[in-house]
Design a protein around this ligand. Structure first.
Ligand SMILES: [Zn+2]
Length: 108
C-alpha cells in the first residue's frame, strides 16, 4: 500500500468528479482508506432529523466527504502547480516543488 504524500493543511487540487479544478486545504487524511477530506470540496447536504436523546438539532447539515487521494494533486503554495518531487535529506524525505524549487512545509 503506498503511503500518502498528502498531509493535513496541504493545499490540493481536485482532478476528478464534480469539483474538478477546485482547490482546497486538506482537513483530514485517512491513510487506511487512502482518502482525504478537502475543505469546501464535495460538500454534501444531509438532512438531520432530531431524535430524542440526541443533542443534535434537526435541519440540514453540510459537510465534506472524503475523496480518494488519486483524485487530488498536491499544489505548491508558491506557484500553484502540482508537480511535487522529493529530495532526500539524510533520513528524511523533503517534499519540493519541481517548478519553483521551493520546499513544502511538512510540519503541523
Ligand atoms: Zn512551486
Amino acid at each position: 500500500m503506498p503511503s500518502l504524500n498528502i498531509r493535513r493543511n496541504d493545499v490540493v487540487k481536485i482532478l476528478a468528479g464534480s469539483d474538478r479544478g477546485k482547490s482546497g486545504r486538506v482537513l483530514r487524511v485517512f491513510p487506511d482508506k487512502g482518502t482525504v477530506l478537502v475543505e469546501h470540496v464535495r460538500v454534501v447536504k444531509k438532512t438531520v432529523s432530531s431524535k430524542r436523546g440526541q443533542r443534535t438539532k434537526g435541519g440540514i447539515a453540510e459537510h465534506e466527504s472524503p475523496i480518494n487521494v488519486s483524485n487530488v494533486a498536491l499544489l505548491c503554495s508558491n506557484c500553484e502547480t502540482a508537480s511535487i518531487g522529493y529530495k532526500v535529506q539524510g533520513t528524511s524525505k523533503q517534499r519540493i516543488c519541481k517548478t519553483c524549487g521551493s520546499e513544502l512545509p511538512t510540519k503541523k
